[in-house]
Design a protein around this ligand. Sequence first.
Ligand code: SF4
Length: 201
Amino acid sequence: MPTEKHGVGRPLGERVRGALRDWSVPRQVRGQDAERAAAESEGSRRLRPRLEEADRVGTSICPYCAVGCGQLVYARGNQVIAIEGDPRNPINQGTLCPKGSATFGWMQNPNRLTTVKYRAPFSDHWEERPLTWAMEQIAQRIKKTRDATFVKTIEDGVPVNHTTGIAELGGATLDNEENYLIKKLLAGGLGMIWIENQARI
Ligand code: SF4
C-alpha cells in the first residue's frame, strides 16, 4: 500500500521537486558523477559487501563428490562466515553446484552430528561416543585384524605379503588424490588386496 514514504499525502509541488532532486537523470544532467553518486539511492548506500567482515580466506575442496571443485573459505576469527567457488580453480572456475553451495549451511547446522552411536557386543542400547574415540577404535581393529590374518608366503613358498581379512569399499565422493592415498595405505602399507571404489560417471 502506498505510504507517506512514497509521496502520498505530500503536496504535488513538493513531490515533483523531490522527484527531480532524487531521480538519476536530472542528477546526471546537473553534472553529478554518473557512475556513482547519481546512481546511488538511500537503499544502495546502506548495502555492504557480503564478505566485508572476513579477516582471512583459505582454499578447500568441496567434500560432496569426485569432481573436487575448489572452494574459498572466508573466516572472521575462528568462525567460518562464507564459502564460495574458487575462480582460480581450473575444474569449476568459481562455480559450485547446489550441493557445493550448501557447504556453509551444513557446516553451521546445529543438527550436525558430531558424535557416533556405538552399541557394544551383546548390548541392547546405543551409546554416544566422540569421533576421536571411533577413529581410534577403527585404527586399532584394522591393525589387530591385519596382524592376525597377514600371510607372508603361500604353500609353495612364493611371497605374497597380503591379508584377505579386511576389504575396503570407497565412495563416489573420493577424488583421484584421495583414492591414490587410500591405495597407498591399504595395499602398499597394510597388504590388503580387496580394494574397490564406487565409480562415478
Ligand atoms: S558436489 Fe557440486 S560443487 Fe561439490 S565437487 Fe561435486 S560438482 Fe563440485
